[in-house]
Design a protein around this ligand. Structure first.
Ligand code: SAM
Ligand code: SF4
Length: 342
């Protein structure tokens, strides 16, 4: 029975974070150096996925921190395959790509991963170093090469960008990498990848977010349009990205405008952290999540977990991104991005 929240929004996507740790330290994200205590086991993660699927989540997004740091990632993906007959339609992964060797890409594909989104915020050694929190240009050059290689490994493993199975994420932040917008778009176009430009979001507290550093979707699209004329494709229902087609036929580009044009109205995403805390909004206040571990203990029936998750979804009335635009929006400390899983 699909769960529907207090604002009539059905559950559709489970974003499951596998780790809060990362091998990068992007200043706009700034993950913790260590895991929270009480990490879930593979079996507990499967129980959560199964419950979410039974409540209507047809899409599973594995994330982090950096999910490729997780040693059981492939096992988890394989173990999810039987859920396809219960309504699981797709399994996707978001990664910075540094650890995506040719062999790992192949293993992920063989395990049953459908889609892969890699993140890259610059096209030069210096910009990658600055955006990824690396010590110097040499480290930036290595990271850039690794991500470019990862794109080709993913393609070779069968993640076909023409079918939407391989995409590139980039955060554009004013004062840091605004100059990388066109080079990144060119890089993606040359490789046949859809670039998803993400507005810099006020998730977490450590990044010192300032509205002035957000490059709004309208500006991103205007700049791209001047260079390569665009036609709107719109935003799919429950989707995060507004898409545009390049008029010259060289694919599409998308913008995730969570700050300037919020899409809370049909948001269908449930987030669960690596230690089993459920959050019903990316912009949730720190500590406001619901601990699901009591329902993941031996002897607790799957039905009880399902009921607990259905209850929390039915109570959900979050629409922070829309409220942010109102003067009365409450100021609160946010949970961190790498912990929530982006
Ligand atoms: N480590 C992986 C990666 O970087 O792709 C997965 C986790 S990361 C939290 C998921 C996505 O969130 C990345 O594309 C990252 O660029 C984006 N992100 C992180 N912090 C952000 C922020 N403050 N605003 C907008 N996007 C952010
Ligand atoms: Fe790591 Fe991804 Fe956060 Fe960058 S955005 S620090 S790669 S979790």
């Amino acid at each position: 029975m699909p769960a529907v929240d207090a604002l009539g929004r059905p559950l559709g996507v489970l974003r499951l974070s596998l780790t809060a740790r990362c091998n990068l330290a992007c200043p706009y994200c700034l993950p913790d150096g260590q895991e929270p205590p009480g990490l879930l086991s593979l079996q507990q993660r499967l129980q959560l996925i199964e419950a979410a699927v039974s409540l209507g989540a047809g899409s599973l997004r594995l994330t982090g921190g950096e999910p490729l740091l997780h040693p059981e990632l492939e096992r988890l993906i394989s173990a999810c395959q039987p859920l396809r007959s219960s309504g699981l339609r797709e399994i996707a992964l978001t990664s910075n790509g540094l650890l995506l060797s040719a062999e790992r890409a192949q293993r992920l594909r063989s395990a049953g991963l459908d889609r892969l989104t890699l993140s890259l915020d610059g096209s030069t050694a210096a910009s990658v170093a600055a955006m990824a929190g690396l010590v110097d240009g040499a480290a930036g050059a290595r990271a850039l090469q690794q991500v470019l290689a990862a794109i080709e490994h993913a393609r070779a493993a069968g993640f076909n960008p023409a079918r939407g199975a391989l995409k590139l994420n980039a955060v554009i932040q004013r004062g840091r990498n605004r100059d990388q917008l066109l080079p990144l778009a060119a890089l993606a176009r040359e490789r046949g990848l859809e670039l998803r430009l993400i507005e810099y979001m006020d998730v977490g507290n450590r990044n010192g977010w300032q509205a002035s550093e957000v490059v709004p979707a309208s500006e991103l699209v205007h700049t791209l349009h001047q260079c390569w004329p665009l036609e709107p494709l719109g935003r799919a229902g429950h989707g995060t990205a507004m898409r545009w087609r390049y008029r010259d036929g060289r694919g599409a580009v998308a913008v995730v405008a969570s700050v300037s044009q919020p899409f809370c109205g049909d948001c269908n995403r449930l987030r669960i952290t690596a230690d089993g805390i459920a959050y019903t909004c990316l912009f949730a206040a720190a500590g406001s999540g619901i601990d699901l571990r009591p329902w993941l203990q031996p002897g607790v029936a799957p039905m009880q977990l399902q009921r607990a998750m259905a209850d929390l979804w039915q109570r959900r009335a979050d629409r922070y991104s829309e409220e942010r635009q109102q003067a009365s929006a409450p100021a609160m400390p946010h949970a961190e991005m790498a912990y929530l899983g982006g």
